[in-house]
Design a protein around this ligand. Structure first.
Ligand code: ADE
Length: 312
C-alpha cells in the first residue's frame, strides 16, 4: 500500500533561480491564469536541470520552455497564488506531471519556467482529431485510434495516482488542464492555467466561486468537499472527453443550473424523500460554502466563452 504521506514531506528548498537573460523569446503561446505564457528558448537549461528525464527527447536541439509570467499589475492575491503554485509544482516529480524547471523571481516580471509541450492542451488536441476506424470520413482531419486514446488516458491515471499518493487533491482535472507532447505523451499541467480560456466550463455559483461543475462530484458541489475520490470522478468525466474526442461539453444538453439540479437525481426515488429534503437544504447552502477561487484571476474572462458544442 502507498503510505499516506503529506506533500509537505517532499518539500524542497525554493525552486532554482534561472538567469533571465538566458531566456530567448520565440512566440506568445497564450494567456494563462497569471498573465502571458511565452515560448522561449532556454540557453543552458540542460545543464541547469542536470540529466533530468524531462529534457531527454530534445537531445541536440535547443531546449524550448513555456514561460508563465505574472502580469505587472497583478494584485497581492495573484502574487500569493503565483508563489503557491510555484511551491506546489516544485515538489512534484512525475513523468505525467508537467515539470517546473526554474523560476525568475529576483526581478519583475516574476516568471515560472515549465517544460514546453509541443501539441498544446489535450482538449484542443482531441477536438481537431477524428476517430480512426469509425465510418469512412470525408474530412482529412488527423486521426486518433483507440490505442492512442487509451494510452493518453492511462498516463493521466498514472499522474493522478502519483498526486493521490502524496495526498494531493487537484480539484480541476479535465482535458483542458492536460498538455500533449510528442508521440501522444500527456502530462497533467500546472494547476489553474485554463480558467480564462475555457470560461464556459466554469460556473459562478451565485456570484461567488467559479467552479467546473460538469467535472465535479456531487459532494463537491453540495458540500465543497474535494478529495482524491472527487478527483476520480473528474477523471471519469475526463475519460468521457477523451473517448468522445472532446467534441462537446459534458452534459451539453443541460444548462449549468440543470447540472446542479441533477445532483439530486439519486433522491428522486420513492423512499428517499427524507434524504431529498436534506439535499434541498444542502443545495440552498451550496453557494455559501464554496470559498474556492477567491483570487481575482478566477473572476476575469477576457476571451469570449468557447461556444458550447451542441449535439445534432
Ligand atoms: N501553454 C501553457 N503552458 C504550456 C506548456 N507548458 N506547453 C505548451 N503550451 C502551453
Amino acid at each position: 500500500a502507498v503510505p499516506n504521506v503529506n506533500i509537505d514531506m517532499y518539500s524542497t528548498s525554493t525552486p532554482p533561480e534561472f538567469p533571465r537573460h538566458n531566456l530567448h523569446f520565440q512566440e506568445k503561446l497564450g494567456e494563462g491564469q497569471f498573465g502571458e505564457v511565452h515560448l522561449c528558448e532556454a540557453e543552458g537549461m540542460r545543464e541547469f536541470v542536470g540529466g533530468d528525464f524531462c529534457l531527454t527527447h530534445t537531445k541536440d536541439k535547443p531546449v524550448l520552455v513555456a514561460v508563465k509570467m505574472l502580469r505587472p499589475d497583478a494584485t497581492k492575491n495573484a502574487r500569493t497564488d503565483f508563489f503557491k503554485e510555484v511551491k506546489i509544482l516544485a515538489r512534484l516529480r512525475d513523468p505525467n506531471i508537467v515539470r517546473l524547471l526554474g523560476v525568475c523571481t529576483r526581478d519583475e516580471p516574476l516568471c515560472m519556467i515549465v517544460e514546453y509541450m509541443e501539441n498544446g492542451d489535450l482538449n484542443q488536441y482531441l477536438f481537431k482529431h477524428e476517430f480512426e476506424g469509425a465510418v469512412p470520413s470525408a474530412s482529412n482531419a488527423p486521426m486518433l485510434g483507440l490505442g492512442a486514446l487509451l494510452y493518453m488516458a492511462a498516463q493521466i491515471a498514472s499522474g493522478m495516482k502519483y498526486l493521490s499518493s502524496l495526498n494531493f487533491v487537484h480539484r480541476d482535472l479535465a482535458t483542458r488542464n492536460c498538455l500533449v507532447g510528442p508521440r501522444h505523451s500527456v502530462r497533467i499541467a500546472d494547476f489553474g492555467m485554463s480558467r480564462n480560456l475555457y470560461c464556459a466550463d466554469y460556473y459562478r455559483i451565485q456570484g461567488r466561486a467559479v467552479l467546473p461543475i460538469r467535472w465535479m462530484a456531487w459532494e463537491s458541489i453540495l458540500m465543497g468537499k474535494f478529495t482524491s475520490q472527487s478527483d476520480i470522478w473528474a477523471f471519469g468525466v475526463t475519460l468521457w472527453e477523451i473517448l468522445t474526442l472532446a467534441k462537446e461539453q459534458p452534459y451539453a444538453h443541460l444548462s449549468d443550473e440543470q447540472v446542479i439540479e441533477n445532483t439530486g437525481e439519486f433522491f428522486k426515488d420513492e423512499g428517499r424523500q427524507e434524504l431529498r429534503e436534506k439535499w434541498r437544504s444542502l443545495l440552498s447552502h451550496a453557494c455559501n460554502i464554496h470559498s474556492w477561487g477567491t483570487s481575482e484571476v478566477y473572476h476575469r474572462c477576457p476571451h469570449p466563452p468557447i461556444p458550447r458544442r451542441q449535439t445534432t
